[in-house]
Ligand binder design. Sequence first.
Ligand code: NG6
Ligand code: CA
Length: 502
Amino acid sequence: MKKCYLLPFVAAAAACSGQQQEKPNVIIVLADDLGCGDISALGSTVLDTPNLDRMCSEGLNLTDAHSAAPTSTPSRYSIMTGQYPWRNKDAEILAGDANLLIREDQPTLAGMMRDAGYTTAVIGKWHLGLGAGQIDWNKEITPNPNSIGFDYSYIIAATVDRVPTVYVENGLVPGLDPSDPLYVDYNENFPGEPTALTNPELMRMKWSQGHSCSVVNGIPRIGYQKGGKSAYWNDEEMAYVFLDKVKGFISDNKDRPFFLYYGLHEPHVPRTPHSDFAGKSGLGPRGDVVLEADWCVGQLLDYLDEMGLSENTIVIFSSDNGPVLDDGYVDEAAEKWAEHDFKPALPYRGGKYSLFDGGTHIPFFVRWTGHIEPESVSDALISQMDLYASLAALTGQEVPEGLDSQNHLDVFLGKSSQGREDLVLGSTGKLTYRLGDWHLIPPFEGPAVDMTDTETGNSDSWALYNQGKDIHEDRDLASEYPEKVMEMRERLNAAVEGYYSY
Ligand code: NG6
Ligand code: CA
């Protein structure tokens, strides 16, 4: 078989004149709340992650890569649409019964890849909503991921801590028994159904904040659920279920270009390691599920190697937002990390939910065997949102007008260190601004530390950090550089004009 890899794309195209170009497969693996300080190759002193380290050493490590926002839904929205999440006021952490956030006529990354001739799939965490109006979980739910560019979908609707605790495959809940229909409500409990408050004895894991509604599999969740028992997922098995689906999709499509968005559910709460990993990290369930996620990535890389696909598959690994320790369950995470005097967002300040860098400064590796130099490192400023325009460039697709996504394909392939000039970070209302090494945080109301014990970055004055010299954002330079604050404030306001003004 004649191979026409895309490096350099144009030359390869010429060499293969007249022939259909062979397109590299693209896999995006997106962890849920994993920090740079969770990965040994990025400096974790408390966890050993050999497979993520392998991603790093076999490819490119982007050291200044960002999710669009410090939480899941807005961050995933921007990957999928190539737009800033603050352009959509509903792009905030969605409930498990929320409707599809992306309009069916909106351009999507998956749709673009499908137009480019790829078979597309999403397997894992979705969190971008389903259906329109009241969802009947016992019928086909539309619209669903397949309505916005995916040929195949096997997802959890929202997060592991939100009902419904079922998988959704191509819009249908597999394994439902018609005699025990599934109902979900986020406002009111179903009469007579137990909750964490009425029946605490049902819990094998306790909540610290917020998770006091239905108890499923001994775990209290957000939202109320009734019926549908035969379809419930098994929390401890989830990693294996997704990995099986991932391998099945790859094997089914090994002879044609495919695009896979693989949403790992780890290390988001509730942290329920499979028995293969339980107790293995010495850091409690959070550490164990990081090892589980690391193993899944290793399994994926091994499988690609085994199938002979590694030289024709770009694998991207990242996380949807910064890390958090106590995110609403009593699971020892905060205590274990405190024992080691270590934070999973290190070397960055803050973490999930935060305006500080640790909210969006996430791990980002790209492996393309034979095409990207092993051990490559780039400090280009880049957003996950840029994948849309960059993969469009890779596959020869046009980028629709009005997207915020920028084409930085050369950065993602380790051929250029010229990333973004600037970047707006955050979702509805609370935005910060990067210009080169400078990070500007406007004044915002709210506590300095939130319920997860994360430094929020809220303050009553403008704050300015220079990350080139102060990676942990310890020195606020706003009063020393008032012109810089003014310049960046003006630029931020120009960027968000019509939406916000600071
Ligand atoms: C918060 C939840 C948190 C997590 C988060 C979403 C509480 C107290 N906290 O509201 O546990 O589910 O939403 O996380 O309920 S994310 O990574 O999907 O954005
Ligand atoms: Ca997340």
